[in-house]
Each structure stands twice: as structure tokens, then as C-alpha cells.
Design a protein around this ligand. Structure first.
Ligand code: GPP
Ligand code: MG
Length: 292
């Protein structure tokens, strides 16, 4: 290695700080799955997470093929939005003066959901420049860009203001990062008594190591699903104290059963999720914690 100028350091490129992170940004910059875009189009709430709750199976009875596709798309979107609303419920109570941080915000649906519910300011961060542009355009179109902002940054190193946030969350984005680095950043951003919420897929320590299905999910999204235990260990190390934990595994299975039957939307990962949930190796988990 040649040290050309020992008196200075070279800034690490932000937001992609490693080859891995550059690869993730590349994936999300190219991602155009109909299962995300067709659902989002319905009401301009673009989610990048799965759904919860009982499905209305009658949508499958529709005999007109095109109408059936529309009904199935709308039903999957309803279930995804129900998941976003559940997460938003746990952020509050919040006032319009409060600020929230959406870590790994994707195309922005979660921040808009929180803003619509509480009137709060929101800062969403994504490592994908395309997602950040898309989300910002959505906020402009809604006329809420004065309060809902999206940043092309790394959620481990946001540059946002210390202690400025009343609540923060990760909605299915923790599997892309080391939890210690992530929770250190949430603990820094949250004010004392602030709220942290995570919904995630984690592997079940009771089952043992990651199952074949968990490994297939990792390969599909280029992520690294953590064991359930690691969340609690890492939170404890970063002043995040769990106040509520909910296993959403049973609640998410109808979403996957319905998505599996949506020929116009499937991505090929549906059976793997269903097997992983049903064989007990994988869990869909909500954790709500207080920043102490
Ligand atoms: C959802 O995004 C999934 C992730 C961000 C990563 C993996 C999550 C786990 C719980 C393991 P998406 O809505 O873009 O996925 P899809 O295109 O499959 O709908
Ligand atoms: Mg999706």
C-alpha cells in the first residue's frame, strides 16, 4: 500500500461504504417487481414489506381473469398496509411537532403512513438513489415534502441530528446490516424516552441454525437474516429496552398463501417463505422498545 499523503484521510463514499452495501444499492436501484409497483399504484403508498391479517379469499372466486387480478392485487395491498398501520400505531402517541426516522425507507410508504397518522415530520433514509428519488417525488406530489423528506444515505451513518427524534423504525430492513451498528445509530438519534419499532423476519433459535429456507431467502434478497436472540442482545447493548414483543408469524401466513396464487405478481420466493414459517425455522416478529 502506498501512502500518498499521510496528513489527510480519504472520506468513505456515502452511502455505499462497502462492496456489499454497493451491491445492495444496485439491487434496489434495479428492482421493479410488479408485486411492489402494482400494489403501490393503487393509492400511491409504496410499501416494501409483507402483509398481515386475515385475507378475503372471495377475491379468488372472481371469474373474469382481469378483474380477479385487480382484486387480488388490492387485497395484498390492503394486507401490506395493515402491517404499516400496525407499526405506525406503536410509534405513538406523537404530535405534529415530533420528528420520526424511517431506517431503510424503500419507496417511502412507511414515512407517509406515519405522517398521515400523526402529522409528524419524517426523515426516510435509503441506500438506493432510485428509491430516494422515487419517494421524494411521491412526497412532492402529495404536497407533504415540507414535512416528509427522503435521503440517499446509509442508515448506519445518517448524519441526522442527535437526539432529535421521538420515534424511529426498521420495517424489514435490519437483515442488511450489523445490528450493533444499527442500534447505535437509533440510540444516537432518539431522544431519551423515544420509541423504536422493528418488524423483521428472524430465524428461530429454538430450531437451531439458519434452515435451508432461511438461506434461500438470504440468497434471494442478498441479505443476512439474524437469529431472534441477537435482536435482544444488541438492543440491550444500546439502551433500547423492549416494551412489547409480538410474534406475527401466524398473522403473515394468509398474505403469503394469497400472494402464492397471484400469478401476475409472484416473484418465486412465496413457497420458501411458507415452508420456513410452517417448519418453525423462521419467524415474523415485531419488537417495540423504549430508548432509555
Ligand atoms: C421486502 O421487500 C423484503 C425485504 C426488504 C428483505 C427481506 C425481508 C425479510 C423479512 C427476510 P419487498 O416488498 O421489496 O419484497 P418483494 O419484492 O418480495 O415483495
Ligand atoms: Mg413487496
Amino acid at each position: 500500500m502506498t501512502v500518498q499523503n499521510p496528513g489527510t484521510t480519504t472520506a468513505v463514499p456515502i452511502p455505499a461504504q462497502s462492496t456489499y452495501q454497493a451491491r445492495i444499492a444496485d439491487y434496489w436501484n434495479r428492482e421493479h417487481n410488479p408485486v411492489n409497483l402494482e400494489l403501490g399504484k393503487i393509492d400511491d403508498l409504496y410499501h416494501h414489506h409483507y402483509g398481515i391479517g386475515d385475507a378475503d379469499w372471495s377475491v379468488l372466486d372472481e371469474t373474469d381473469a382481469e378483474r380477479r387480478r385487480e382484486l387480488v392485487t388490492a387485497e395484498l395491498h390492503r394486507l401490506e398496509h395493515a402491517q404499516a398501520e400496525l407499526l405506525a400505531t406503536h410509534l405513538g402517541p406523537l404530535t405534529p411537532a415530533d420528528r420520526v426516522f424511517d431506517a431503510g425507507c424503500g419507496r417511502g410508504g412507511g414515512s407517509v403512513t406515519a405522517h398521515l397518522r400523526y402529522g409528524c415530520h419524517a426523515d426516510g433514509v435509503t441506500i438506493s438513489a432510485k428509491q430516494a428519488e422515487f419517494a421524494a417525488e411521491q412526497a412532492r406530489a402529495r404536497g407533504i415534502d415540507d414535512k416528509v423528506r427522503y435521503h440517499h444515505r446509509n442508515m448506519l451513518d445518517t448524519g441526522l441530528a442527535t437526539g432529535a427524534y421521538a420515534a424511529s423504525w426498521n420495517n424489514e430492513s435490519t437483515m442488511y446490516v450489523e445490528l450493533d451498528l444499527l442500534f447505535a445509530e437509533h440510540a444516537r438519534l432518539l431522544r431519551r424516552g423515544g420509541r423504536y419499532v422493528v418488524i423483521t423476519g428472524c430465524y428461530n433459535d429454538t430450531y437451531g441454525q439458519a434452515s435451508r429456507e432461511v438461506s434461500l431467502i438470504n440468497a434471494h434478497y442478498i441479505c443476512d437474516i439474524h437469529p431472534r436472540s441477537e435482536y435482544f442482545r444488541a438492543m440491550a447493548r444500546h439502551r433500547l429496552v423492549p416494551a412489547h414483543v409480538e410474534d406475527l408469524t401466524a398473522a403473515t401466513i394468509p398474505y403469503w398463501e394469497l400472494r402464492k396464487q397471484a400469478d401476475h405478481l409472484v416473484t418465486g420466493i412465496e413457497d420458501t417463505f411458507l415452508t420456513a414459517y410452517k417448519n418453525g425455522s423462521f419467524q415474523y416478529l415485531l419488537i417495540v422498545a423504549d430508548r432509555v
